[in-house]
Design a protein. Structure first.
Length: 244
């Protein structure tokens, strides 16, 4: 499902290599899903009063970790200099901190008005945006696990993926309930830490963010385990088909 080795084929034009890379990493199905979601969203905004979240902006942010993963794969074609190595580390860190933006779309259901006359239309809109977020998260994880395995080995890649999934649960909590964003984690980490610590320290309330974070991480981990199993089965079936 994820590109095998983008570093091959340097004689191809850059545009051809890029299109091939995007195709191998499910860009076009993800784009179709996102355009469909945006179509439903703007149609609903134009035909009725919308007091929900800015889904278009949240979807844009959900694409950021995917494109950071694509940049990682592109950087694999660069010469192995110290500067390139530092650039790859920066990409990994940026991806890590922006990754929670993809599953964050799941929590937009909090804005669903159960008494609204367009209830089921809005349920459909939130569902498709949530699915876009989950799909972007899963593909992003696949890309990053594969690329970091090539750079640093399988152990590092698996630890990174597991840590990112756990961090995403906490990151979504920080974004949804404390209203901080990914930029704040980079520019105001101490303030985010104090705010989070204060929430965890509240009597009878501190357990809630922990439970929420664990549940969301379990959802992401379950989805990713299924996707990885599906990828492995597909590769096995393809190899069996070629042998026969």
């Amino acid at each position: 499902m994820v590109s095998e080795d983008f570093s091959e084929g340097f004689r191809e034009p850059v545009s051809s290599r890029l299109i091939k890379l995007l195709h191998q990493n499910h860009f076009f199905p993800l784009l179709v899903a996102s355009v469909t979601a945006m179509g439903f969203y703007f149609a609903e905004r134009w035909t009725s009063e919308w007091r929900g979240p800015r889904l278009h902006l949240n979807l844009f942010l959900a694409w950021v970790p995917y494109f950071l993963g694509i940049l990682m794969m592109l950087s694999a074609t660069f010469p192995g200099t110290k500067l390139v190595s530092m650039f790859r580390i920066v990409l990994i860190l940026a991806w890590f901190f922006f990754f929670p933006n993809a599953p964050y779309l799941i929590t937009d259901f909090a804005y669903l008005d159960w008494d609204h006359y367009d209830l089921w239309q809005r349920v459909a809109i939130f569902c498709i945006f949530s699915q876009c977020g989950l799909m972007l998260a899963m593909v992003s994880l696949l890309i990053v696990e594969k690329q970091t395995t090539a750079w640093y080995g399988a152990v590092f890649a698996k630890v990174l993926v597991v840590t990112a999934i756990l961090f995403a649960g906490f990151g979504v909590f920080v974004g949804r309930f404390l209203r901080w964003n990914s930029w704040d984690l980079l520019y105001h980490p101490y303030a985010v830490f104090l705010d989070s610590l204060g929430k965890l320290s509240e009597p009878m309330q501190g357990i809630r963010p922990i439970v929420f974070s664990v549940l969301l991480s379990l959802i992401l981990g379950t989805y990713y385990y299924f996707v990885v199993s599906l990828v492995g089965r597909r590769k096995h079936d393809s190899a069996s088909y070629r042998r026969h």
